[in-house]
Design a protein around this ligand. Structure first.
Ligand code: MGD
Ligand code: MGD
Ligand code: SF4
Ligand code: MO
Length: 740
């Protein structure tokens, strides 16, 4: 690994305060800590190492953890302020029951009373309407132990098929595409491979704001002479430092990948040996892109023909390269197609499975990777097993000590769960670590559905907007109040260490789930006494299949600063780089590096289709949505942290001066944004860094500031990810609408 920039101040001066990197700076809270606990940030999927300063039972600050190799002490503004959550006055310390007579809508109740009420309601609903009338929604900010327990709780204790998780809004297009092309769903390389690649291609990721530490890897590559290509409708901070910026029209990335492959073929920038020996399906893909000339590609994508040619040449001629993408191409009704299009140009180049040659999708949530591996997905069992595969069912049933016939089959995605609630098919819901009222698209449906539930229980440490509809709220644990593993962006399994005990009546999330299992009268399989015990069972449950954790232990993680899965035995060091010759592979068994019986990767024929809702005369502007550096997801956590709120206090409507001029909008002026679903008013932020046909709004706010009231609930047919990145809107001056 190379050294990270030693003078962050210079970087901030050069690239703007919103990057606000810090390194070496110590936060002085004026109090000496009693201990320092080495652990990781609770927010994004990079999982920066951090040391929490602890005094009494409180986290009072932090110190950098320089030895952790991924971030070497660096943190972004969120990581620096995360310690302010534990002592926040809004922290839930008691169980709550809905109480219309109370001014807050809730009153406190005893924890054991709450468990009895919840268990009684689950039993009533399941007896009256069947097991599938009760659904579970879980989250990928939870440790892997908890996500494993949630899947097991649904299938073994409640015997409901309806469980899904918030990664459905995040990582599923990447996951489905990776499985189809490689047979495995994990970034293929360690991030150190970025630094010495000749070309780094970034599609649909605001790296500097959403994966801030990755910025350093990209800058390091540039320092080493790499050319950086960025594809985004906005000139994001990383795009400003790129060699080539491609301003794609939202929802058109697949056309760009077609155009690039077309030029690679035309110019014979192909690795014929690799294609012949390690892949199948190239001819069909080549035929499919024949008509994607630079001219046609330019027409569809809105990128100039010369830029397309330059990009193809940079990519085509490189000897080493790294391609990464994130939600910009995945949050689409053809998200899986986009991912497959990206993988096709990687496979055609043959640059994967070697040092400095690779591909990775940037994971989102803290445990965006581990949280999608061990069974809380609707269609999945632990180890990335398939819930409808008889062999997989038999194995997991044997680990759990149950009859495979009693295991439910695949359920439906998180949004479909809400449609089922709305139709009256699902009557009861338990949610943990998920705030769907803010984060799901066309959220009017979510709010309506929540109020139709006969019983709803939420587990969180803050009363989030969704929990506000609950009958009972249980006070769960903050990340620093429990231990367990998560898997970060590179596929590296790392350890979250406990810094403080759960305060008041709060409980570790896994204890709460086990208390409910006991309450409904089926404690069998839910009598773990520690996360370590859960992890030991997970190791067995994951053994022998793709996401094999069986050789990983808490001690090995500590010794090695993390262990990359698959890791199939005690003496196996883990697998930082996938697809290298000879690496352990339970599917190919020596036939080749990829995770199919013949060991070959798959090219997949992809089709261009415009976004589900394209612009027209009535709704002429494209709305795309995403993030800002200082806020995190639905904002429940970061909207409570003062210094982060100050940095970007409210959502703005980013638009180009030409668009603003057309309507006569001035900077800072309130503008009504209206889609076919709803309308809200936001202040205009006029910037030259966005396509003139597109507006951008970050989605971290609730109520009348929530852009998801407007977004469309169109979903990818395979992954079921929502189309957050493109719908049609119209814009009006507030006064005009007010008078009309
Ligand atoms: N500060 C911060 N960091 C975060 C998070 C957060 O909430 N806040 N969340 C974490 C999570 S869960 C996730 S999933 C990641 C998300 O990380 P990113 O995917 O990087 O973030 P987004 O802002 O959702 O979208 C990325 C970019 O896609 C662009 N885009 C929009 N439409 C298109 C398109 O059609 N094509 C292309 N090529 N680009 C398009 C947007 O302009 C935006 O710059 O960030 C993680 N990190
Ligand atoms: N328009 C638009 N919408 C989007 C996106 C977009 O780009 N545009 N991005 C989508 C993406 S990529 C994502 S990942 C989703 C995220 O959407 P959500 O998952 O709904 O958002 P979070 O804010 O993470 O909500 C998680 C809740 O879990 C709680 N929590 C966190 N950690 C723990 C824990 O350890 N235990 C317990 N019990 N609770 C915990 C937090 O307090 C919070 O209330 O949003 C999606 N929505
Ligand atoms: S939010 Fe992400 S980049 Fe920022 S400190 Fe936390 S893990 Fe690191
Ligand atoms: Mo995400």
């Amino acid at each position: 690994m190379s050294t990270l920039p030693s003078d962050p101040k210079t970087l901030i001066d050069a690239y703007g305060p919103h990057l606000a990197f810090m390194s070496g700076e110590r936060v002085d809270t004026g109090t000496e800590p009693e201990k320092l606990v080495k652990t990781h940030c609770c927010f994004c999927g990079q999982q920066c190492g951090i040391q929490l300063k602890v005094k009494g039972n409180e986290v009072i600050g932090f110190e950098p953890w320089y030895d952790f190799p991924f971030n070497k002490g660096m943190l972004c503004p969120k990581g620096v302020k995360r310690y302010l959550q534990g002592s926040h006055p809004d922290r839930l310390l008691k169980a709550l029951r809905r109480d219309p007579s109370s001014p807050t809508g809730f009153s406190e109740m005893r924890y054991d009373e709450a468990i009895a009420r919840i268990s009684g309601e689950i039993n009533r609903i399941q007896t009256e309407y069947g097991n599938d009338a009760f659904a579970l929604l879980s989250g990928a900010s939870l440790t892997t132990e908890k996500t494993y327990l949630m899947g097991k709780f649904a299938r073994m204790c409640l015997r409901t098929r309806y469980i899904d998780y918030n990664g459905r809004l995040c990582m599923v297009s990447a996951g489905a595409g990776n499985k189809k092309a490689f047979g495995i769903d994990r970034a293929a390389n360690p991030w150190s491979d970025i630094q010495n690649a000749e070309v780094v291609w970034i599609s649909g990721s605001n790296v500097a704001e959403c994966a801030p530490i990755t910025t350093n890897y990209v800058w390091q590559a540039r320092e080493n002479g790499a050319k950086i290509v960025v594809v985004d409708p906005r000139i994001t901070p990383i795009a400003r430092t790129a060699n080539l910026y491609l301003p794609v029209k939202p929802g058109r990335d697949i056309a760009l990948f077609h155009g690039i492959l077309h030029l690679m073929i035309e110019n014979d920038w192909l690795d014929h040996d690799f294609i012949e020996n390690h892949t199948v399906g190239f001819d069909a893909v080549a035929a499919n892109v024949r008509e994607w000339t630079p001219k046609r590609t330019a027409e569809v994508t809105g990128i100039s023909e010369s830029s397309i040619r330059q990009a193809a040449e940079l990519w085509g001629r490189a000897r080493t390269s790294y391609l990464m993408h994130a939600r910009g191409i995945e949050h689409s009704s053809h998200g899986v197609q986009n991912v497959l299009g990206a993988i096709n140009i990687v496979l055609a180049s043959g640059r994967i499975g070697r040092p400095n040659c690779g591909y990775g999708t940037i994971t989102g949530q803290a445990n965006g990777q581990g949280g999608r591996e061990h069974g809380q997905k609707a269609e999945q069992l632990p180890g990335m097993r398939d819930i409808d595969d008889p062999e997989h069912r038999a194995y997991i049933a044997s680990v759990w000590g149950m009859n495979p016939d009693d295991l439910p089959h695949a359920g439906v995605d998180a949004y479909e769960i809400f449609r089922k609630i709305d139709r009256g098919e699902i009557k009861g819901l338990l949610s943990i670590c998920f705030n769907p009222k803010v984060s799901l698209p066309d959220s009017g449906l979510v709010a309506r559905a929540l109020d139709k539930l006969e019983f709803y229980v939420a587990i969180d440490f803050f009363l989030n907007e969704t929990a506000f509809h609950a009958d009972v709220v249980l006070p769960g644990s903050l990340q620093e109040e429990d231990e367990g593993v998560v898997t970060q962006i590179e596929g590296r399994v790392i350890k979250i260490n406990k810094a403080v005990d759960c305060p008041g009546e709060t409980r570790e999330d896994w204890r709460i789930i086990q208390d409910i299992a006991a309450g409904v009268g089926r404690p069998q399989g839910f009598t773990f006494t520690s996360p370590r015990e859960i992890f030991d069972e997970l190791r067995v449950a994951s053994k022998g299949y793709i996401a094999d954790y069986s050789g990983i232990t808490y001690e090995k993680i500590e010794r090695q600063y993390g262990v990359c899965w698959p890791c199939p035995s005690d003496d196996h060091p883990g697998t930082p780089r996938l697809f290298e010759p000879g690496s352990w592979n339970p599917i190919a068994k020596g036939a080749g590096p990829f995770y199919f019986p013949d060991g070959r990767a798959r090219f997949n024929v992809t089709t261009y289709t415009p976004p589900t809702e394209d612009v027209d005369d009535e709704y002429p502007v494209i709305l795309t949505t995403g993030r800002v550096v200082s806020q995190f997801l639905s904002g429940t956590q970061t909207r409570r942290i003062g210094p982060l709120v100050e940095q970007y206090p409210e959502p703005r409507l980013e638009m180009h001066p030409r668009l603003a001029e057309k309507y006569g909008f001035r900077d800072g002026e309130p503008v009504i944004v209206e889609s076919r679903r709803d309308s809200i008013t936001l202040r205009a932020q006029i910037v030259k860094t966005i396509r003139p046909d597109t507006v951008f709004v970050p989605y971290h706010w609730a109520g009348k500031q929530s852009i998801n009231r407007l977004t469309i609930s169109a979903q990818d047919p395979i992954s079921k990810i929502p189309e957050y990145k493109a719908c049609a809107v119209r814009l009006k001056k507030e006064s005009v609408a007010g008078s009309g």
